[in-house]
Design a protein around this ligand. Structure first.
Ligand code: TRP
Ligand code: SF4
Length: 346
């Protein structure tokens, strides 16, 4: 018996360069699990990077390759999933154009991230056509693979909702002979609150990250300077792991046994923060070492990751090309010569 077809998944990540633990725990660890269960497409969305960083594109390609290399290091397996760079599959742009024709401006102006970013990002002009259309491009990324499931963080849910609305509208206009696009569902990634070294959310812009590529001594050094429960000033003061960023790291990365020692020792002032932090570092190193091992062969031969992306591009282009045939046919704009049914040519 042939197994039932697996549900198709698409997700994307912007080419920010090397990834940190927050990127891993928010998304990548989930993708690594999903590749075993679903038919997965993962794409580095380099065109999305241009919606904000259009003025200087000199690092886009290198950053895309860095991200893909971290994916491979984290355990994405090209035998199990399709990995590619968005701009290498130009059909995304073609579908984006067609979807842009039917997307009402009001839908885009209402997207929460649009308003937020226009207000918060002051160092560049985001009053561009491309930036407003960001979610339309994202919808094209998803719909061109007819993906049913899109694993994303909380901040992206509104974008997936919009993709659903665009799919519905497209089907309504052109789906006379059946829906062209399924409506994608977001699969919310339960992202634990991952603190950076300063106790705020781990983020590249705060400079408080632990990188997937940080060698053990760097991880240990970063942990040493990490902030702790402010109530624990002296070694003899009891503390509370529930209000300590190091305690949060333990909750995410440490074993139950270690956790128990942390709670006991911290609350009774039986352990010092230095010892507690060294245990947290142990847990992180245990996670990172296998990734760094896997990364070595890609570092020694950078061509390797590029070849994997090229192979992924071929597969993605095939699927995207099939969808574009359906799209063109549904819109009555296929490439085949057909005798028009109307008045002329009779
Ligand atoms: N907008 C997403 C982000 O900022 C990235 C993205 C682009 C994406 N296209 C996508 C995510 C398609 C999921 C599906 O994280
Ligand atoms: Fe934080 Fe650990 Fe120090 Fe307690 S002992 S305050 S959990 S670092």
């Amino acid at each position: 018996m042939t197994p039932p077809p697996r549900k198709r998944v698409l997700s994307g990540m912007r080419p920010t360069g090397k990834l940190h633990l927050g990127n891993y725990m928010g998304a990548l660890d989930n993708w690594v699990r999903m590749q075993n269960e679903y038919e997965c497409f993962f794409t580095v969305v380099d065109w999305h990077a241009l919606t904000t960083d259009y003025a200087d594109t000199s690092c886009v390609k290198e950053n895309s390759l860095e991200v893909a290399t971290d994916w491979l290091a984290a355990g994405l397996d090209p035998e199990k999933c399709v990995m590619f760079i968005q701009s290498h599959v130009p059909a995304h742009a073609e579908l984006h154009l067609l979807l842009s024709m039917i997307t009402p401006l009001g839908w885009l102006e209402r997207v929460p991230t649009y308003k937020e970013q226009r207000e918060n990002i002051k160092d560049k002009d985001l009053g561009t056509y491309g930036f407003l259309g960001y979610p339309v491009l994202q919808a094209a990324d998803i719909l061109i693979y007819k993906a049913g499931v899109v694993p994303v963080g909380e901040d992206q849910v509104a974008h997936i909702e919009l993709a659903r609305e665009i799919a519905r509208r497209f089907n309504g206009f052109y789906g006379k002979r059946g829906d062209v696009f399924p409506e994608p569902q977001s699969l919310l990634t339960k992202a634990p609150k991952l603190p950076g070294t300063d106790g705020r959310k781990m983020s590249k812009s705060y400079g408080n990250t632990i990188m997937l590529t940080d060698p053990e001594p760097v991880v240990r050094q970063k942990l040493k300077t990490m902030v702790t429960d402010p109530a624990r000033v002296r070694r003899s003061d009891p503390g509370n792991p529930d209000v300590c960023p190091v305690g949060d790291l333990h909750k995410i990365f440490s074993s139950k046994e270690t956790m128990a020692k942390v709670y006991e020792g911290c609350r009774s002032a039986g352990i010092g923060c230095i010892e507690c932090k060294s245990w947290a570092a142990d847990s992180l190193v245990q996670l990172l070492v296998p990734m760094q091992e896997r990364r070595k062969k890609f570092e020694q031969n950078p061509r390797l990751a590029w070849d994997i992306l090229e192979a992924g591009t071929q597969k993605a282009r095939t699927v995207a090309g099939e969808t574009m045939k359906d799209v063109r046919a549904a819109m009555g704009m296929s490439l085949d010569y057909e005798r028009p049914e109307g008045s002329f040519g009779k």
